[in-house]
Write a new protein. Structure first.
Ligand SMILES: Cc1cc2nc3c(=O)[nH]c(=O)nc-3n(C[C@H](O)[C@H](O)[C@H](O)COP(=O)(O)OP(=O)(O)OC[C@H]3O[C@@H](n4cnc5c(N)ncnc54)[C@H](O)[C@@H]3O)c2cc1C
Ligand SMILES: Nc1ncnc2c1ncn2[C@@H]1O[C@H](COP(=O)(O)O)[C@@H](O)[C@H]1O
Lengths: 259, 318
């Protein structure tokens, strides 16, 4: 079986994120880059499926040069190979452009299963997996909290607002996972050493046969008009509980007409 | 005035509150039409859609539309966009809603803006990004603009519509039928409003200490007809189910009132609740960063403060 995992490098969630003044894109140099946390669960699920059913796991990422660190991390967790799509022409791509580029790179490589995190912590759109499924015309099994592979039949528990739906499809499948699904492993020392020898293919826009007119900020289907930091919240009232803390809040809530 | 398509969100045939918000918003952009996917359309549903201004209701009522996730909604909307050339398409910012909008955007080659909190008459969307720290205005520059709109961003206001039914019969593509829903399991604790939609959310964190501790949080929530939320520390510990997690990797909520109990206010938690209109904090550590967001905060033990508050609300609402 051939599994691809799409991982994204994002700014560390502990850092304050800012937009760049010049082109309204995320300032990626302002913070350390880390693997999108939910994508760690996607890598872990790929490795587990590979251990149980036998699979070659390829990591696919689109991002600037330093996104190679994120591929390296996934390789040291145990993935077999990496594909890094990197090109200045990709800067400023929106979700439609990203899904176009990823679908082109993924299509035609014969993957049985393509695994995503269910959301990136920077864009927070939760649309790229569904868009890739639409573009490739393959089954979409997303927001999985549990995955069960039986031969070529894949069944998941899709998280809903009220619980979960059971959804199945036959491979090939686009899968996205939520953090509840597993506990990602830490790379071992052996894994880190082994990762150095694993193959990473670096592709430019033209290597990948992509149409540059559909990529980058100038091609984006949506654009930022302006942005501003939210004005700081006016300081509220803080009191120390001296036995009437609950009553104090009730008074505040009454004043504000909540009760 | 141009038509604005609003995808209906429903739960067992009942129109969700977020749809009444979207219809209200749609009226400021054009003439709202509701789009109903799957079986279960009823007079009761029609009455709600009419009350909030839907002039037309497109009903794609085939059983098959409910048997496959997400893709059927996108195909029905794509068909309607082709036929009606609407000025915009509005979808709720739920997991299903965003994915439907995403697939639709690919199908009709149009831009999509997710998690809008407002849309102006000239179709400029306001988004609150990076956990509410930055406010962005953006527009769709290509195709029919598609917006997903956060629950609780527009107060629903009635406005008479005719809700004229128009049936849509389209054959789903083979690709849309590749994934099949075989069952649905409800794990929600009954009786409370849904977290993402609730006007009031009462949350507990590590300070709640245990599963049993959450009884205090639930009692306060019930006294206010609120939903219960939890920090990741609490869901990771298994004290409260994961789907109630608020924050970066959980739900984003933006209620009228958010009450944070025993939560320190890590950046990833704030990312999910910072845009709440009024915030109340109970925490025994006066240095906890969550106090920076508080409209009203009490430094104290939640096991003393919260039950007293619940009692007091009971007395005042009696
Ligand atoms: C990539 C990533 C994503 C994350 N996503 C999320 C997310 O979606 N949601 C989320 O919540 N977190 C998330 N986190 C975790 C986040 O960093 C914090 O660890 C978490 O929010 C802490 O939860 P807490 O405030 O309940 O616990 P703590 O930080 O331990 O705070 C507990 C608070 O309770 C107070 N307290 C203790 N006992 C009492 C008492 N009896 N009465 C009153 N107060 C009391 C303490 O003073 C303390 O302030 C994420 C982390 C990462 C790295
Ligand atoms: N540039 C990228 N490279 C690789 N995978 C990506 C990229 N952007 C998004 N993804 C994948 O799509 C998922 C959802 O992202 P999003 O729709 O941006 O919230 C992520 O968890 C990744 O698995």
């Amino acid at each position: 079986m051939k599994i691809a995992v799409c991982v994204k490098q994002v700014p560390d969630t502990w850092a304050e994120k800012k937009l760049r003044v010049d082109d309204s894109t995320l300032d990626r140099d302002a913070a350390d880059g880390v693997m999108n946390e939910l994508d760690e669960y996607a890598v872990e699920e790929a490795l587990r499926l590979g251990e149980a059913h036998g699979a070659e796991v390829t990591i696919v990422t689109m991002g600037p040069d330093r996104a190679a660190e994120t591929i390296r991390k996934a390789l040291s967790m145990g993935a077999d190979a990496g594909v890094h799509l990197v090109d200045d022409a990709l800067h400023g791509s929106d979700a439609l452009a990203t899904s176009y580029a990823l679908a082109e790179v993924l299509g035609g490589r014969g993957f049985d299963l393509i695994i995503f995190g269910s959301e990136s912590t920077d864009a927070r759109m939760s649309v790229v997996p569904a868009m890739v499924a639409e573009r490739l015309g393959v089954a979409q099994l997303t927001f999985a909290q549990k995955v069960d592979l039986d031969g070529t039949s894949l069944t998941i528990e899709r998280v809903t607002d009220s619980g979960f739906d059971t959804v199945s499809a036959t491979l090939p499948v686009v899968l996205s996972v939520v953090e509840k699904i597993n506990e990602p492993r830490y790379p071992s020392f052996k894994g880190i050493m082994a990762a150095k020898k694993k193959p990473v293919e670096t592709l430019s826009v033209s290597d990948a046969g992509l149409d540059a007119a559909k990529l980058g900020a100038s091609a984006a289907w949506s654009s930022v008009v302006d942005f501003a930091a939210r004005p700081p919240k006016a300081a509220g009232i803080v009191v120390v509980d001296e036995g009437a803390g609950g009553v104090n809040i009730a008074e505040f809530l009454t004043d504000q007409k909540f009760i | 005035m141009g038509e604005v398509l609003v995808l209906v969100e429903q739960s067992d045939g009942a129109v969700k509150k977020v749809t009444t918000e979207l219809l209200t918003l749609a009226r400021s952009l054009g003439e709202p039409s509701a789009v109903w996917i799957g079986p279960g359309y009823s007079d009761a549903a029609a009455a709600v859609l009419a009350e909030f201004g839907a002039q037309t209701v497109y009903v794609a009522g085939d059983e098959a539309h409910a048997a496959h996730p997400v893709a059927p909604g996108a195909e029905v909307l794509a068909h309607l966009v082709g036929m009606k050339a609407p000025v915009a398409v509005l979808v709720a910012s739920s997991a299903d809603g965003k994915e439907t909008a995403g697939r639709l955007a690919v199908r009709i080659n149009s831009g999509v803006i997710t998690d809008a909190v407002a849309i102006s008459a000239d179709l400029v969307a306001t988004q609150s990004v990076f956990g509410g720290s930055t406010v962005v205005h953006s527009t769709v520059t290509s195709g029919t603009p598609i917006f997903t709109v956060r629950p609780n961003s527009t107060p629903p206001v009635a406005g008479a519509g005719a809700a004229v039914r128009s049936d849509v019969a389209i054959e789903l593509s083979d690709a849309a039928k590749k994934a099949t829903v075989t069952g649905s399991t409800v794990a929600t604790k009954g009786g409370r409003p849904e977290l993402a939609e609730a006007a009031i959310v009462v949350s507990g964190g590590r300070g709640v200490g245990s599963t049993e501790g959450f009884a205090v949080i639930e009692a306060l929530a019930d006294s206010l007809h609120a939903a219960v939320g939890a920090s990741r520390a609490a869901t990771d510990a298994g004290w409260y189910p994961h789907q109630y997690q608020v924050g970066q990797t959980g739900k984003t909520v933006s209620p009228q009132l958010y009450i944070a109990n025993g939560i320190s206010g890590a950046i990833q938690h704030r990312a999910g609740m910072q845009t709440s209109k009024t915030i109340i904090v109970v925490n025994k550590d006066a240095e906890a960063p969550i106090f920076e967001l508080a409209d009203y905060g009490v430094v104290g033990d939640l096991f003393a403060v919260v039950p007293q508050l619940t009692d007091e609300i009971g007395k005042r609402s009696a």
